[in-house]
Write a protein that binds this ligand. Structure first.
Ligand code: COS
Length: 334
């Protein structure tokens, strides 16, 4: 928000989606850097105390602090309620123990929004969020994870990590809902990023089809090519419409009633699922059209092919989005 150095009054989903789409068109890594500052500070924007907001948000907006969101664990990815990291009260402190993994910005972050069990037997109703400074004693974020589209990613180990009680983020045992509300915002923006990558792949395919000669004509003159480009363009537009609808819904209809929140959640899930799946198909078709050039390391479609893959998994795999949509449909909400 503007009060903490942001460009707009309050978070605007349409701006977020279009920014990510644009950044991802040119550089998925630039998009990553931008998006992770948002994901890692989103829970503070939604639920932080005035003191937490002024301490972290302004610095995040300036780029002085790097933010991270630490939800997943080795045995709790899609099943968030199964997390094992514990938070135990000890006087005016809280002691964290556990392992968080697949943490984007892990290793370079200045702080982590850590989700931990405060009521071990209560599943999703026993999770609380905390803001944990990366230099806290007992926090080790040195284990980098290598992935096919390289970016800062690490496992974060918390061993008797003592933080002040004032580091609690939002209400006690309200951490699961806070995580879901944060993810709801960013899932629609992941759709925006996927859309940017798909648009770039289509652009590359059109450009190549116009230039490449074969069998005495241009690649673009073949009906097979025209049909593929037609299919790609329709997949891109379908993703764009779902993505922009989800963002519009959050900005213009809102999420203040349970029915609105449920409807938005399902729309954001539809956008993320469709945009990431469609982008994978569009990029694959663009690569195929490039023939051997498509698999040459360093070509744009080759890097897009690697860049898009994790978007179908992180911030809720496609299968999780299908569940969210399915549950909502059964309730008659979407
Ligand atoms: N906003 C607010 N509240 C929400 C919510 C949302 N988007 N989604 C669920 N809730 C609430 C539910 O209403 C329910 O509330 P009550 O306890 O009051 O009944 C509670 O949270 C539990 O919801 P649910 O029963 O749907 O939880 P599940 O354990 O079945 O989990 C999924 C649901 C699988 C959808 C959830 O765990 C999930 O999104 N997993 C993927 C996590 C993910 O994205 N990981 C990537 C990490 S970041 S890279």
């Amino acid at each position: 928000p503007q009060a903490f150095g942001g460009a707009l009054d309050k978070l605007d989903s349409r701006a977020l989606v279009i920014l990510r789409e644009t950044l991802a068109f040119y550089s998925p890594l630039a998009d990553f850097a931008f998006a992770m500052q948002g994901l890692g500070s989103g829970a503070i924007t939604l639920a932080g105390s005035a003191q937490q907001q002024s301490r972290y948000l302004t610095a995040v907006a300036r780029g002085d602090k790097i933010a991270a969101f630490a939800l997943s664990e080795p045995e709790a990815g899609s099943d968030v309620g199964a997390m094992a990291t514990s938070a135990r009260d000890d006087g005016d402190a809280v002691v964290l123990d556990g392992v968080k993994t697949w943490i984007s910005n892990g290793g370079i972050a200045d702080y982590y929004c850590v989700f931990a069990k405060t009521e071990p037997t209560k599943g999703t109703r026993g999770i609380t969020a905390y803001v944990v400074d990366a230099n806290s004693a007992g926090l080790d974020d040195s284990e980098h994870i290598h992935v096919m589209a390289p970016h800062p990613l690490a496992t974060v180990r918390l061993t008797q990590c003592r933080i002040p009680a004032s580091a609690q983020l939002g209400v006690r045992d309200g951490g699961f809902k806070l995580a879901m509300q944060t993810l709801d915002i960013f899932r629609a923006s992941v759709a925006g990023a996927a859309l940017g990558m798909a648009r770039r792949a289509l652009h590359e395919a059109i450009d190549y089809a116009r230039k490449r000669s074969m069998f005495g004509q241009r690649l673009a003159d073949f009906q097979l090519t025209q049909a593929k480009l037609g299919e790609m363009a329709a997949l891109v537009d379908a993703a764009a419409l779902l993505t922009y609808r989800a963002a519009w819904l959050r900005d213009c209809v809102g999420t203040s009633t349970p029915a609105q929140a449920q409807a938005y959640s399902a729309q954001a899930a539809m956008a993320k699922m469709a945009a990431t799946e469609n982008a994978q198909r569009v990029i694959d078709m663009a690569l195929q059209m490039h023939g051997g050039q498509g698999v040459r390391v360093g070509s744009k479609v080759e890097s897009l092919y690697r860049d898009i893959r994790s978007l179908r998994i992180y911030e809720g795999a496609t299968e999780v989005q299908q569940l969210i949509i399915g549950k909502s449909v059964l309730k008659g909400a979407a």
